[in-house]
Design a binder for this molecule. Structure first.
Ligand code: SAM
Length: 286
C-alpha cells in the first residue's frame, strides 16, 4: 500500500498490570492526544482513562476481532489518524491481542511506535532471583495435561530461564508437571505483581508446590523455572509404571499400603490423595 505523507501512527501503549501508578508520562500523553484508542476490552480501558481524566474515543480490538475491523483500523492510521493500541493490562502483543494489527500496519508501510512500560513477564523475571541474562518466555502452557507435559518435555534441555503465565486454577497441576518432567529445579512463583497481595515464593519446585498445596493459588501468576544445567543429563523420564502399579509392586515386596503410597507420592511429587485414589481404583480392578 502506498503511504501518504499524511499517514498517522499506530502507538502500542503498555498500561499497568495492577498498580495504576505504573503508567508512563509518555503513555498518558499519547492516550490523551490519540484520535482513537483500540482496546482489548473497552470497559476495562474506560476505567483507566477515567482515572486519568482522558476522553479519547474507544473502539474494541480483541482476539476475536474480524479481519474487516483490523482493516478499518489500518485505514484510520493510513488516513492520518493517531491510533493507540492497549490491552487490559501490560504490553499489547505479549499473550494479548496486538500482533495481527501491528503486522498489518507494518505490511501497509505505516509507522508503528511502541510506548514501553509494564509487562508481568519482565517484572517477574527480575524479581525471581534466577538468571535473567538469557530467558525464554513460553506464554501459557497448553491446558490439556498431555500437551502441557509434551511442551515441558520439549523444554527439558533448555538452558535459559523459563517463564510461563498460568491461571490460578492450573498452578498446582503445572508445578506438579514441572517437578515430574523438569526435575526439582529452582523456581520462583510470582503472584499479584504490583498489587496489594504481591508475593514471590522461591525455592525448589517441590517446596514451592508444597507451599501452594497449603495456600491454594489465588490471583494472577507467573512461574519462573531455572534452565537446565549445561551438560546436565536430562532428568529421568517419568517411570514406565503408573503410580498405582508402583504401589502394587512395593506392597507385593512386603511394604505396607500406607508406606508404599507415601513413598510413591514423595518420589513422584504427587499429592498423596491422588496416589491413594489411583491405588483404590487399581485394587477394585479399575
Ligand atoms: N500483556 C500482559 C503483560 O504484558 O504482562 C499479559 C496478559 S496475559 C492475558 C495475562 C497473564 O499475565 C495472567 O494470566 C498472568 O499469568 C500474567 N499477569 C498479568 N498481570 C499480572 C500480575 N499483576 N501479577 C502476576 N501475573 C500477572
Amino acid at each position: 500500500m502506498a503511504v501518504s505523507s499524511e499517514s498517522g501512527t499506530l502507538f502500542v501503549v503498555a498500561t499497568p498490570i495492577g498498580n495504576l501508578e505504573d503508567i508512563t508520562l509518555r503513555a498518558l500523553r499519547v492516550l490523551k492526544e490519540a484520535d482513537l484508542i483500540a482496546a482489548e476490552d473497552t470497559r476495562v480501558t474506560r476505567k483507566l482513562l477515567a482515572h486519568f481524566d482522558i476522553h479519547t474515543p474507544l473502539t474494541s480490538y480483541h482476539q476475536h476481532t474480524e479481519a474487516r475491523k483490523v482493516e478499518w483500523i489500518v485505514e484510520q492510521v493510513a488516513e492520518g489518524r493517531r491510533v493507540a493500541l492497549v490491552s487490559d493490562a501490560g504490553t499489547p502483543g505479549i499473550s494479548d491481542p496486538g500482533d495481527e494489527l501491528i503486522t498489518a500496519c507494518i505490511e501497509a508501510g505505516l509507522d508503528v511506535v511502541v510506548i514501553p512500560g509494564p509487562s508481568a513477564v519482565i517484572a517477574t523475571l527480575v524479581a525471581s532471583g534466577l538468571p535473567a541474562r538469557r530467558f525464554a518466555f513460553e506464554g501459557f502452557l497448553p491446558r490439556a495435561a498431555g500437551e502441557r507435559r509434551a511442551r515441558l518435555e520439549a523444554l527439558r534441555a533448555e538452558e535459559r530461564t523459563l517463564l510461563f503465565y498460568e491461571a490460578p486454577s492450573r498452578v498446582l497441576a503445572t508445578l506438579e508437571a514441572i517437578c515430574q518432567v523438569l526435575g526439582d529445579r529452582r523456581v520462583a512463583v510470582a503472584r499479584e505483581m504490583t498489587k496489594r497481595f504481591e508475593e514471590v515464593v522461591r525455592g525448589r519446585a517441590s517446596e514451592v508446590l508444597e507451599h501452594f498445596r497449603e495456600h491454594p493459588p489465588q490471583g494472577e501468576f507467573v512461574l519462573v523455572v531455572g534452565g537446565a544445567t549445561p551438560g546436565e543429563a536430562p532428568p529421568p523420564a517419568e517411570p514406565a509404571v503408573s503410580p498405582e502399579e508402583d504401589v502394587a509392586e512395593r506392597v507385593a515386596a512386603g511394604m505396607s499400603e500406607r508406606d508404599a503410597i507415601r513413598a510413591v507420592a514423595t518420589e513422584r511429587h504427587l499429592p498423596r490423595r491422588e496416589v491413594y485414589a489411583a491405588w483404590l481404583q487399581h485394587k477394585r480392578g479399575g
